[in-house]
Design a protein around this ligand. Sequence first.
Ligand SMILES: Cc1cc2nc3c(=O)[nH]c(=O)nc-3n(C[C@H](O)[C@H](O)[C@H](O)COP(=O)(O)OP(=O)(O)OC[C@H]3O[C@@H](n4cnc5c(N)ncnc54)[C@H](O)[C@@H]3O)c2cc1C
Length: 399
Amino acid sequence: MSLQEATTPDSKTLNSVQDNKHSAQQKYSRKNPYPAELLKRVKLNAEGSAKETIHLEFKLEEAALTYEAGDSLAVLAHNADDVVQDIITLTKLNSSSLVKIKGESYTLLESLTSKLDITTLSLSVIKRYNELISDNQLEELLKPENKNDLQDYISGREIIDLLYEFPAEELSADALISIMRKLPSRLYSIASSPKAHPQEVHLTVGVVRYHTHGRERKGVCSTFLAERISKGSKAEVFVTTNKKFKLPVNNETPIIMVGPGTGIAPFRAFIEERKATNASGKNWLFFGDQHYSTDFLYQSEWQNYLNEGILTKLDVAFSRDQKEKIYVQNRMLDNSRELFAWLEKGAYFYVCGDATRMANDVDDALHYIIEKEGGLEQEDAKAYVKKLKDEKRYLRDVY
Ligand SMILES: Cc1cc2nc3c(=O)[nH]c(=O)nc-3n(C[C@H](O)[C@H](O)[C@H](O)COP(=O)(O)OP(=O)(O)OC[C@H]3O[C@@H](n4cnc5c(N)ncnc54)[C@H](O)[C@@H]3O)c2cc1C
């Protein structure tokens, strides 16, 4: 054994030391969030893109908040001032009236800005509101047999629409806030490795903006991160550990990562981690978005990792650069033989991003590849995938 081998802790020992440190230090939570200073915000899409994706870097004081590649960061956002103001104006309430939430007093303005979910319209919000205003039309809509009509009404609407379309003759500040739930935190897959960026945490955020029922809408947290905190100011955050989305303990194990759009975030963290730990395992990334020229998130970083040999293989799919749509699952199918060979060599298969369509399409492609390249019947391919899951080699972080 060489001197270096004798004195350097092996990666397993290192991991378990870090695990202990990690769990001991998770003292920050929703109730006790950490005020993280925004160091940097960069728009990742080029001019002309239909997308608005931002990269954010927050400062973490030494040992204050620890995380590992694969974890998520929860952010406690503030609502948009104009949405708060619209509600106050519409209800003709005084923004400095005092209201109580769980025994604590706040001004109405404070409570609507940072304590309550003032946007999400749901069955329970409508129910609670109708208990206050007793409107015949809402009464009808709330009947169980009108479930579909209620869903149609809710779709694309927010609390402001309900207040506008069914105005209360008189509503106290306490009554208004009684229809709202607590403002939930939003989770973001962490896009950095703490080994590559000590005392920092990075995020990749897709900013939600859309137009429905005559109003411009803004996703609460993504627009908070995009425009309502400035460099040098602080956002309240806490780490949520994700034990089910971690790199293999054995760093020689190859990994395949499928992360279109903001799904790229944890894979930036993974690659940084694999580089920082001199991991010898091969790394294959599938990335996709709308256009090569405007939406290739972190393009230069991937290029550098390829040149350095850290990234073994990069396959990209830009869905709108040609007539027929091409997605990450198409790139997987183009590379089916090699992908199957990697799985046979023990590769872990990771998927991150859109849960509604992408994750299912990727799952279908994976089954197809195993069936075709493994010469298996459909049922056997299913069993192969189940085994991957049982062995915790097929890991997903989808939302
Ligand atoms: C484990 C996990 C990891 C995540 N990681 C990331 C990440 O790395 N990056 C990232 O960007 N996001 C990530 N998310 C999603 C993130 O948590 C938020 O859900 C997202 O940023 C939207 O939050 P928001 O507050 O901006 O929007 P909200 O205020 O919550 O509004 C979003 C809602 O608006 C509605 N809506 C959106 N578009 C339309 C439309 N066109 N028409 C009608 N209604 C619409 C939908 O009801 C949608 O649910 C992750 C989620 C989870 C659970």
